[in-house]
Design a protein around this ligand. Structure first.
Ligand code: MG
Length: 259
């Protein structure tokens, strides 16, 4: 061992107590349960949307088509491998147990269109009935759930910012009928300390009916616990494999316009 190395080691050891002093310990948060962030009242009023289109609504000319009915080449699994959900008859369906999927491309501000459908004869209740979700920038979940004649906690029903803000109304089509989502999203900006300078914001229409009107997103959307602010840049559009026992849901006609 040479002399210089010894001095460096000695210096490091001597500075340890100083370092430890700077690492002040604060009390941890009390443990939480998922029920602590769920509320069931008031239930949003039910609005019957206009007649659903039989065929997909065509994408505008400047849109990036993320699913055109043929394959999932624009998507990947959460490890960066191929998306394994099942493509059939111009749509794709959640393949339970294969995990969430996300777009390969990352986005900032956008207008997103997608269509989704729960199958006729779907069973289960509350959250265990066609549960999926759209993740904005891979961070913030807009809930997808079959809430047709199926109540749940309102900040977890279709069109909610999950565990944060319930939708203005319940505009569900019944199982077997396609639902449209049009989502207009503004990405957050961050201060140097990693907190929001401007919050993320979102407007959501389901079947042409307004569910969220430029709503502030307060942070991440965990099942247990409060929203957290995590600094991030551009992110993918994610779709959730919730893994519940009810029949899986299908998607079609997904396109996005960057803003
Ligand atoms: Mg979900």
């Amino acid at each position: 061992m040479n002399k210089r190395y010894v001095w460096i080691m000695a210096g490091a050891l001597l500075s340890l107590p100083l370092f430890a002093q700077n690492q002040k310990e604060y009390p941890g948060r009390a443990p939480m349960t998922h029920e602590m962030t769920e509320y069931w009242w008031p239930q949003p009023p039910i609005v019957t949307p206009g007649q659903a289109p039989v065929d997909p609504i065509p994408a505008p000319s400047d849109a990036i088509v993320l699913f055109d009915g043929k394959d999932l080449s624009k998507w990947e699994n959460s490890k960066g491998g191929p998306a394994e959900w099942t493509v059939h008859d111009g749509v794709f369906t959640v393949k339970k147990g294969t995990g969430d999927i996300r777009t390969k491309q990352k986005f900032n501000d956008f207008q997103l269109h997608l269509e989704w459908c729960t199958p006729v004869g779907i069973e289960g209740e509350s959250q265990l009935r066609g549960n999926s979700g759209v993740f904005l920038q891979g961070m913030y979940e807009v809930q997808i759930l079959d809430n047709y004649q199926n109540e749940t906690y309102v900040n977890g029903q279709t069109g909610s910012i999950y565990k944060q803000t319930p939708p203005l109304v319940n505009a569900m089509n019944k199982p077997g009928v396609w639902n449209t989502y049009d989502i207009i999203y503004t990405a957050p900006t961050f201060k140097k300390d990693g907190t929001y300078r401007t919050f993320p914001r979102v407007t959501i229409l389901q079947n042409g009916v307004l569910l969220q009107n430029n709503t502030i997103i307060q942070g991440t959307t965990p099942y247990v616990g409060f929203p957290e602010v995590i600094q991030h840049g551009a992110g993918p559009i994610g779709l959730q494999d919730h893994g519940d026992a009810s029949a899986p849901i299908s998607f079609r006609n997904i396109w996005i316009r960057e803003l």
